[in-house]
Design a protein around this ligand. Structure first.
Ligand SMILES: NC(=O)C1=CN([C@@H]2O[C@H](COP(=O)(O)OP(=O)(O)OC[C@H]3O[C@@H](n4cnc5c(N)ncnc54)[C@H](O)[C@@H]3O)[C@@H](O)[C@H]2O)[C@@H](O)CC1
Ligand SMILES: Nc1ncnc2c1ncn2[C@@H]1O[C@H](COP(=O)(O)OP(=O)(O)OP(=O)(O)O)[C@@H](O)[C@H]1O
Ligand SMILES: [Mg+2]
Length: 363
């Protein structure tokens, strides 16, 4: 099943308005009222997609003739003095799902720490924060940063911008340059965490770029709505507001995280509500950003061979969301209240195996 188009949603909302008036006049129309509320709040099951089938359709088989890199090369731009966990979670999740290479571009302070978490990641200590740079050196340092990233840019299938990036103004200026270069090279970007802080204050960085994906949590979504639509979040009209937001930023894809994840590129809205975990420990959004990056790369590869039912960015969001939820549910089954992000990461492989068994391919 595919997500609903904007026209269908408008038609449904018109019907709902009519039914709403009717139900108010009737005493015994609880079904209509419930259905109306669920659709108005964007929680309607009619938006739910068959996320597992979508994930299966874009996940490549493990083909012995493939060489290193063909299953995806991901780079995370993030990691500073305060936050080293977020970029690690994002980058290691990409590898655990099946990307061949996962890079991290972070500040010098963060690099040694991130390297010490895992020898699997390729860590580039190139970003600088204002406190370590003299004003007169800023220009040359930002030129050096972009030169370093440019050496690799063409090789990446997707960038994740923002996990644990921090909000230092000089660092964010350098990251803006990286984003401009990624866009010129047509590299998809998943923007999360402090990357969303940057983008909300400078929408031009992503506006009109169809390969940009924004993955806001509750706070980040609120700030985007206020900036772009100049109003407050209205969950009574959640679906329409999400469509308007995605359209307002020129057709970027938005994955609104929450009890259900809602995904829109301004044309369709899809929902993934598979049960995950009631634990809300920090870092789950970081797993999601790395996962979405891998699935977008795979969806784009798949699109070369076969026509897709939806855009690769939307498909990547749906697959990333359902996989994270499955892994979170496994982790919660074993760890309960003490479930942490690292426990969820440990279940990514098992969850993907359940959806797309490799064993079947090799038995
Ligand atoms: N271990 C780590 O290194 C982690 C670092 N993280 C990074 O931390 C930075 C800031 O991210 P935040 O998610 O805190 O930014 P937010 O702007 O979402 O949060 C700012 C404040 O709002 C609160 N908040 C967050 N979610 C909320 C909710 N659902 N309802 C009410 N209040 C809520 C937070 O506790 C925080 O005080 C980002 O760079 C992010 O990537 C997070 O990803 C978590 C893990
Ligand atoms: N209330 C909820 N019920 C079930 N799942 C949820 C709920 N809220 C969020 N999630 C799931 O957790 C994932 C991460 O969302 P969350 O809102 O925690 O992101 P975040 O705040 O950016 O996380 P991070 O701590 O990594 O920055 C989402 O994909 C969503 O599937
Ligand atoms: Mg986050």
């Amino acid at each position: 099943m595919v997500g609903l188009s904007a026209a269908v949603i408008r038609r449904q909302q018109f019907l709902i308005r009519c039914l709403g008036g009717y139900s108010a006049r009737c005493k015994n129309l609880s079904y209509t009222t419930i259905k109306m509320q669920s659709l108005m709040s964007g929680g309607g099951s009619s938006l739910e997609v068959d996320a597992i089938s979508i994930l299966r359709s874009i996940t490549p088989s493990l083909d012995p003739s493939k060489h290193k890199g063909q299953a995806g090369k991901i780079a995370v731009v993030g990691g500073c003095r305060e936050y080293t966990g977020a970029p690690y979670f994002s980058a290691i999740s990409a590898l655990k799902i099946g990307a061949d290479l996962s890079h991290v571009f972070c500040t010098k302070d963060a690099a040694t720490v991130i390297k010490s978490y895992s020898p699997e990641l390729i860590v580039h200590p190139i970003l600088e924060e204002s406190y370590s740079v003299r004003d007169e050196d800023k220009k040359s340092i930002s030129a050096k940063v972009i030169q370093e990233v440019d050496k690799w840019m063409e090789r990446f299938d997707c960038l994740v911008i923002g996990p644990g990036l921090g909000r230092d103004p000089f660092l964010l200026d350098c990251v803006s340059d990286i984003m401009k270069h990624a866009r010129e090279s047509n590299v998809p970007m998943v923007i999360d965490g402090d990357g969303l802080f940057l983008v909300t204050n400078c929408l031009d960085l992503v506006s009109g770029y169809p390969l940009a994906v924004l993955t806001p949590n509750v706070n980040e979504y609120k700030r985007l709505i206020q900036k772009v639509l100049q109003c407050e979040v209205n969950d009574q009209d959640g679906t329409q507001q999400l469509l308007s937001l995605a359209k307002g930023i020129g057709g970027v894809t938005i994955l609104r995280k929450g009890g259900s994840d809602f995904i829109s590129n301004g044309e369709t809205v899809s929902a993934v509500s598979t049960f995950g975990s009631p634990r809300r420990c920090g870092g789950q959004g970081d797993i999601l950003s790395g996962s979405v990056a891998v699935f977008i790369s795979w969806a784009r590869q798949h699109a070369v061979k076969k026509e897709l039912s939806m855009s690769p960015t939307v498909l990547g969001c749906i697959a990333g969301s359902v996989l994270l939820r499955k892994a979170a549910s496994y982790a919660f089954q074993t760890k309960g209240r003490s479930t942490l992000t690292t426990d969820i990461i440990e279940h990514l492989g098992r969850s993907l195996e359940e959806f797309c068994p490799v064993s079947r391919q090799y038995s």
